[in-house]
Design a protein around this ligand. Structure first.
Ligand SMILES: [Fe+2]
Ligand SMILES: [Fe+2]
Length: 368
């Protein structure tokens, strides 16, 4: 074996090792399954395939014609406005921004995989057509983010991810609640950042934010499609048990977002965004939109709302620290953290909801 032990060679070796350790492991970030990371879903595809869209036919045909026309066909291409400065980025910000992009890319790609699978396994022409347009859009979104990551030298191997990621099974109705919400929240998140940076362009530290407006219109239409699917079966949004489920998904999705966003202080700081302001803004937009189909709305101005979100965030912080600590002390601290998170969740879940009757006409257009 030929070992080069000159001081220069060792220096170079250490520098390479240090650089390697500095480089975030995006594959691990995207593959990791925790309560907070974006998940991959699978469902009962046969049941989905049996959906009859006759009760919403007129709205359905209009929405699908719009999706077929593919308004964003040429949007996800870099142009002269794309000026990314990865080297000039402060390391902590770079790390959090990469984490943000990896998590967004995973979420987009998880939609792509679920929608594509639905299209592949289905025989119902209405359902297959819808899912082919939606998987087309999500593939584009994930690809565009991955392209941005590639410039930082850390792209996610999406093919590997499809095999390595664990899949969570959800019955179709839970897919409807969760996916409807994630599409509408996606819209609200992208448009809120876009409008904020439109007013404060000096905070736009990466060009990808310039693409968010047209991008979020895709998410808006995807959400519309799920709203129509829910309308094909009134029980989904009117029965007592389902109202409790909707409330559960709203609480889970909103509180997860709060905890995740708080894990990226540098990122929000660089954007000039106060995380609590941003999250409340996103909840407000999402809840207003969701009146189109959900009979209940969370009261995000209730006195118990914010304190319990903060409690939840602290509990997750404790669990994280306990995991790193390990041993018996870590184990106990982790269990205590989990109990605190569960209590905070119960407290959020039991805040009295605002009840309403969704309008006869379900369709909406993006208006923020
Ligand atoms: Fe998307
Ligand atoms: Fe989407």
């Amino acid at each position: 074996m030929n070992v080069n032990t000159t001081p220069q060679a060792l220096d170079a070796e250490y520098a390479a090792l240090a650089a390697e350790q500095d480089k975030p492991d995006t594959q691990a970030m995207a593959t990791e399954t925790t309560l907070l990371n974006p998940r991959f879903y699978t469902t009962d595809f046969d049941e989905m395939d049996k959906i009859d869209v006759t009760p919403v036919r007129a709205d359905w045909d209009k929405l699908l014609a719009q999706m077929k026309s593919d308004p964003n066909k040429g949007h996800f291409k870099k142009n002269a406005a794309w000026q990314a400065d990865w080297d000039g980025m402060e390391p902590k910000l770079k790390r959090e921004f990469i984490d943000f992009l990896v998590s967004s890319c995973t979420a987009e790609f998880s939609g792509c995989v679920l929608y594509k699978e639905m299209k592949r396994r289905g025989t119902n022409p209405d359902i297959c057509e819808l899912f082919s347009y939606m998987s087309r859009d999500e593939a584009r979104h994930a690809g565009f983010i991955n392209d941005a990551l590639r410039e930082a030298g850390v792209a996610v191997n999406l093919g590997f991810l499809t095999k390595a990621k664990k899949y969570t099974y959800f019955r179709p109705k839970f897919i409807f609640y969760a996916t409807y919400l994630s599409e509408k929240i996606g819209y609200a998140r992208y448009i809120t950042i876009f409008r904020h940076l439109e007013a404060n362009p000096e905070m736009r530290f990466h060009p990808i934010f310039l693409w968010f407006r047209e991008w979020c219109n895709d998410e808006f239409s995807h959400g519309e499609a799920f709203a129509l699917l829910m309308r094909t079966d009134p029980k989904l949004t009117t029965s007592f048990a389902n109202k409790l489920w909707i409330r559960f998904f709203l609480t889970a999705v909103y509180s997860t977002m709060y905890v995740r966003d708080h894990a990226r202080p540098e990122f929000h700081n660089a954007l000039g965004v106060d995380i609590e302001w941003y999250d409340q803004e996103v909840y407000r937009k999402t809840s207003t939109i969701a009146r189109q189909v959900f009979p209940v709305e969370l009261n995000i101005d209730h006195a118990r709302w914010m304190p319990n979100l903060r409690r939840m965030r602290d509990a997750f912080g404790q669990m994280d620290a306990a995991k790193r600590k390990g041993g018996l002390g870590g184990f106990i601290s982790h269990k205590l953290g989990a109990a605190k998170a569960a209590l905070a969740f119960v407290s959020l879940y039991t805040i009295p909801v605002i009840k309403q009757t969704p309008p006869v006409n379900v369709r909406l257009e993006p208006s923020y």
